[in-house]
Structures are given as structure tokens and as C-alpha cells.
Design a protein around this ligand. Sequence first.
Ligand SMILES: CC(C)(COP(=O)(O)OP(=O)(O)OC[C@H]1O[C@@H](n2cnc3c(N)ncnc32)[C@H](O)[C@@H]1OP(=O)(O)O)[C@@H](O)C(=O)NCCC(=O)NCCS
Length: 163
Amino acid sequence: MTDLVPLAAVDPAAIEALLDRAFGADRFARTAYKVRGSATAIAHLSFAAVDGGVPVGSIQCWPVALALDAGGAVPLVMVGPVAVDPARQQGGLGRRLVGATLAAATGEAERLMLIGDPDYYGRFFGFSAARTAAWRLPGPVERHRLLARGDAVPDAAGMLGSA
Ligand SMILES: CC(C)(COP(=O)(O)OP(=O)(O)OC[C@H]1O[C@@H](n2cnc3c(N)ncnc32)[C@H](O)[C@@H]1OP(=O)(O)O)[C@@H](O)C(=O)NCCC(=O)NCCS
């Protein structure tokens, strides 16, 4: 049986190894890592899927903000990486992990963003690129993969970075 537990309950080194397996060891060069900077994952929104004590999936969320060109900054939550062990993909774990985060995001539900496949995060969870066209990031991003969800997400020009 696979249980979801708080990410903090799992050995961080095992999560890093899982992320390497899901994304490759060059994952640190990704723009998402630059956006979140040296922030600490938001504990109540971050989970691990554990099977017999072994982590087989994880989701991490980070405090970020859009610094508006017009002034001020809007706090957002960056969801991801979502990682499922390659041997366990396509079995519903990714959906369980994202679902757990969405269920826990009571105060943050209207201001979520991520970089990911719209065919997955749009289809199952309602994320879209409708409000992100004018956002700038500290690295390259495919615009159709820059997704957000919620009424508090700004449809405005600005720079995305750590909060
Ligand atoms: C993407 C990922 C999190 C999905 O989790 P998963 O447990 O494998 O997928 P689920 O079982 O929850 O969902 C399966 C469904 O989603 C679809 N799906 C899975 N990955 C998809 C993707 N990248 N794009 C579009 N659809 C996808 C499948 O086709 C399947 O659809 P179906 O039910 O109609 O057959 C997982 O495959 C993974 O870790 N991949 C590598 C890392 C990655 O790319 N992470 C996402 C970026 S943050």
C-alpha cells in the first residue's frame, strides 16, 4: 500500500535520489529552481508517497512572488517538482500527490503556479497559461508550460522570483 506522508517525515537524501531518477541529475539548471532560489519548501503543502518505507513519489511547494512592473508584489505558491518513480508512473500517484496539495492549500488555493505539461495539469487540475503571458522568469521557459490557477493570480507584467 502506498501512503502519503508529510515530506518532512522522509529522509531528504532519498527524495533527492527520487528527483534525480524522475528528472535527471541536471535538474538544478531548470528555470523552476532559479525561480524558487534558496527558499524552504512549504511544509503543509509538500508530501511524499511512501511504499514499504521507500519514497516512490513527492511533491514540493515553494513561496514565490510576482514583482509587478506597476509596483508591489503578489505572493504565489509554486507547485512542483512533482515526481513519481519511473517504475510507478501512470498509476495514479501523480494525481494523488497533486490532489493532496490542492486539498491542503486552503489559504493558497487561489494563487498557485507551476511549470509543467498543460495536458496534465490543465486536464486534471485546471491550471492554464491564460494569465501568465506577461510574466518574466530568471531563465528560459516555454510559455505554454507556464501555468497558474486561481482568482488571485495576477494577469499582469512582472518578474517571478522567490518570495
Ligand atoms: C508527470 C508525472 C508527475 C505524472 O504522474 P503519474 O503518476 O505518472 O501520472 P498519473 O497516474 O497521475 O496520471 C496518468 C494520466 O496522466 C497522463 N499523463 C501523465 N504524464 C503526462 C504528461 N507529462 N503530459 C500529459 N499527460 C500525462 C497519462 O497519459 C494518464 O492519462 P490517462 O489516465 O488518460 O491514461 C510523472 O509521470 C513524473 O514524475 N514524470 C517525470 C517528472 C515530470 O515530468 N514531472 C512533471 C513536471 S513538474
